[in-house]
Design a protein around this ligand. Structure first.
Ligand SMILES: [Zn+2]
Length: 158
């Protein structure tokens, strides 16, 4: 939080999940989407790029990224269609609503468990990084005591 002006901290907080702020950048224009979302006229999407295996009814997910709505995501969309790939999207302004964030995380888990979504290693890494970045807008601030306990938990064997 120390990276943001006091006004943001008071009115529209972002809470660090790890020790450093994790930006969520648009794949096209590199704008920090988490900061841009404070403008109510701004929109962005999480995009999943996949090849649909019609026979098995499986989405082979090859990329997960974020992009500004319209201006940037449409640019990528056009190149995907040419490559025979499909994309699915989720609106990031909705995903920063706590219950909707949780619903999205559970949906990702369910689709993996049901064998409907198969991620490449790189795409899965990106999906997780996006969830971590989004969590900074969704979860409440961690107290000093909780931060210390978390460090303790990390040192314990699982
Ligand atoms: Zn953009």
């Amino acid at each position: 939080m120390r990276y943001f002006p006091n006004s943001y901290r008071l009115v529209k907080p972002l809470h660090l999940v790890s020790d450093e702020y994790q930006p969520l950048n648009c794949k096209v224009c590199h704008k920090d989407i988490l900061m841009a979302l404070f403008d109510p006229n701004y929109g962005a999407n999480i995009m999943k790029v996949y090849k649909w295996d019609q026979e098995k009814n499986i989405n082979n997910i090859q990329d997960v990224y974020c992009a500004c709505a319209y201006k940037c995501d449409e640019q990528i969309e056009a190149s995907l269609n040419k490559a025979g790939l499909t994309s699915g999207w989720a609106c990031i302004s909705d995903l920063v609503i706590p219950i909707e964030f949780l619903r999205y995380v559970l949906a990702v888990m369910n689709r993996i468990r049901d064998g409907k979504d198969i991620y490449t290693d790189e795409a899965f890494k990106k999906q997780k990084a996006i969830l971590i970045a989004l969590a900074q807008r969704v979860i409440r601030a961690t107290t000093e005591g909780e931060r210390a306990r978390f460090k303790e938990l990390l040192s314990l064997p699982c």
